[in-house]
Every structure is written in C-alpha cells, then in structure tokens.
Design a protein around this ligand. Sequence first.
Ligand code: C2O
Ligand code: CU
Ligand code: CU
Length: 502
Amino acid sequence: MNRRNFLYPFSFSAAAAILVGCEKESDKNTKFDKKSNETQKMAQEPQKNVINDKFEPFTQELKIPKEIDFEHIAKAKFNAQKSSTVLYKEKKTDVLTFQGDLPNPTIRIKNGDDFELDFTNSLEKPTIIHWHGLLVPETMDGHPKDAIAANMTKEYRYRVNQRAGTFWYHTHPHGRTGEEIYYGLAGLYIIEDEDEKRLNLPSGEFELPLIIQDRRFDKEGNLIYKEAQQDNIGVLGNVIMVNSTPHPYKNVKNTKYRLRILNGSSARTYKLAFEGIEEFMLIGTDGGLLEEPIVVKDILVAVAERIDIIVDFKDKKVGDSITLKTLGFKEASIFVPNTAYPGFDSKMDIMKFKVTELSAQNQLQIPKKLSTIAKMKASDASKSRVITMEIIEGGVWTLNKKPYDMHRVDERVKLGSTEIWEIKNSVHMAHPFHIHGVHFQVLDRTSKINFPTDKGWKDTVLVMPNETVRIIVKFTIPGLFLHHCHILEHEDHSMMANFLVE
Ligand code: C2O
Ligand code: CU
Ligand code: CU
C-alpha cells in the first residue's frame, strides 16, 4: 500500500458513496476480493450476524483481571510483548499483552499514593502508555511524541491526585493506537478514596470490572483487524469479548453488584440493557461518582467512556439468568461500515449472569447522596473556542479540517483558565470526543437524545451527527496534550490535535 493510500484511507468519492449507503464499493478493492465475496454472503443471511459459528456463547466463564494493588506493592513492571492466549475454542490466538496474558491486570491505587511503573517496549515499533482519565504531568501522560523505541524502558512516576473513579490505560503510538488496542494493549485503572469507601458500595466479589470489546476472528481463530476500506469508518466486530472472554457467563448471587464498565472497542457505541432486569442504577461516569444515582432502563456507552452501575439480582431465583445486551444504536451513523459485520444499529447479546446462589446480604442500600460535584457555569469561562469534526477531501477524518501533526500546536490555552469548548460535528456520524489531562462538564447539547452521563465528570463525550456539544473545562496542568475522536480508526487517521497549556 502506498503512502497516499495509507494516509487517505478512502477516496473522497468513496466517502460520498458511503454517505448514500453504497455497499458495493469494497468489492472494487481487489486485494480483499476473496474475503468480500465470502463476507458478502454472510451479510445476506438476515440477523445471523451475532456470533461466529465457532463460538458457543455463554460457555466460557468470565475472566477477571488480576489486580496490581499499590497498597501491597511499590512498583510494577509492564512489558509490551507478543503473546498467545486461549480466546477461541482450544486454539491459541496471537495477541499483545503487558505481562504475558489477557486480560491485562487492573491497577488499583488510592488517591494520594505514588504510582511507579517501568514500561519496556518489546515490540518492533515505538510505543507509549497513556493513562486515560488521569491528571498527570505532561511527561507522564503518554503522548505519541514520547513513544519509546523497541527495547527501551520508560519509568512512570507520579502521585495520584484526583478523586475515586474508573479509568484505563492503553498504548498511544502515532497512527497505530487502533491496532495495538485491538490486539490487547489496554486495561483498567481504578482509583479509590476515603469518601467513596464510606459509602459501602458493593465490593470484593460483588464488584466486577467489565471491559467490553467487539472483535473479528478468522476461521483459524486469529484476530483480524482491518480488512476493507470501509473499516476506516470504524472497525466493528461480530464477537463481543468481556475481559478478553468471548460472550462469557458469570455465576452470581441474588444481590446487588457494582459493575465498572469500560467500552474498550474500536468504534462501536453500546446501548446497554439487561434482559430480565427492567432497571438499574447509574452511579458514576468517566470522572467518578455522580451526586446521586440515576435509575435507567438502558444506557449509551461510547468508545473510551466508563460507566459505574449497580444492578440488583434480588428478585431472581437460583437457575435464573440475565443477559447483558446492546440494543443497537442506529443514530450512530448513516455511513455503512464493513457489511460483513453487525452494524452500529445491531442488537447483540454480550454476556450472561447466572444466579447460582442465594445471598445473605441482599439488603445492602445504595446511599441517595454519593458525592458533591461543584457545578461549573458558562460565566466561569474566560474564553470559548470551536472545534469542528469534519471529513475533508481524500476522505480524511479531521478536527478543524487539519489532519493531525504530532508537533503542531493547534490550540494555546492559559494555565489555570476555564474555557468553553464548542464541539461541532458536521459529519453524519457520532464521534466520542476526548481530552487528555482534564475532566470536564457538559454544559448543553443540541440533540434530543438523553445522556444521563452528562450529569457527571467526563473526559470523553459522544457528539451526535450534526450536533454541537458545549463543554466547560479548567486547565490546571501545563504542557502539550491531546484532544481527539476516540474511534480508534479516526484518531489514527487523523482526527486528533494538540493543545498547549502555558
Ligand atoms: Cu484513551 Cu488519547 O486516549
Ligand atoms: Cu486519554
Ligand atoms: Cu470520529
């Protein structure tokens, strides 16, 4: 593939064709001819799109990541490496890991404690770890400009200084973040604090991390990343993994569980709901707990967003099972991605909870008041700026019409200032907008869709097609940071920009 094709993943006319829903375009790409014919056939079988036939859903038990708890250790070691693991039947699949297996460990640390980790890059190309949602100095953030070469080690040292919440880590090399996360280089990062402890939320076996990622496998059980030009719209898979377990089950007791959910997918937005449970409680967002729980029937989670929810199995009997599913989100896009795989609008089962035991502790109450969030007002801002989401000639995804340049400063921000950022989406596709090194609040949005997560602290916000979302953000850390769309194929090519806080 020549450089031009690499940088400009689909031609402008192809983009226009996609706009009107042309599905044949991929067939013209001879390189993928064989596969497209095959996948075309699959796509024609109506609704038989949920699971690759090699998978027997709900037969594998949910894997729970082991924890690296900084209460017990002073320093951790990560080594980005090629590994293989069982994801698919008995066969081993080639993946990328930080410690030799998937899922990668969950980091658990208390606010105020020192984080120390030595990161070695045992891959062939430069890479770097980014701590998504952490408020850390520029040199610790993991900007692609700071990627380390093969066989080099970077020492991460910082003191955690933010309230409790569910965050994550992933590599962030220039142009290859999508691929590296796809093959495995991501994990959860949990911060605890005293305020949260006092609430006595479900913990231990009643607190489950769920990293949701859709993936594609070939007949041999290998992961496949991009196959066709439409994959530049976003890679969607037909197999949903939770903690690197395809369509797992989890045995539970009939009581309340706290689920810390991360959408670690490439492009898919999930509209999560439970079959067998009417309502559940949203208690936290990207930046930690809400002020009060919000009862919902379903909830949208875009790529990179986290939700903290309480689901109660108290009305269930031993033998009952409850399915976590996505209802599909047709509003996400009018673009037609690779038709071989379930689209943005597809309903899919994700995992099953099987009630296998009664619980003695099903009276546990969730407090009505969870935390205090100082509400920011538009009048707190000293400046407002507009960031546009656009597709430019050559079919390139951009912010403000400028393809990403790792060394260009796109926005200059005064240290300590508060600003309103107006994120204007002029494309017929929803984009999750993320900012490094800050937490922000959503002031308002122009679409009618209800996002209960807008009530909490955020670092990523979904901007609907042709929508404008206004966020308010205070910049407290000096240095060069990123803002970008978190659909991985968009951020890589090249819907990303740099802002300098000085
Ligand atoms: Cu998950 Cu640049 O971030
Ligand atoms: Cu980030
Ligand atoms: Cu995007």
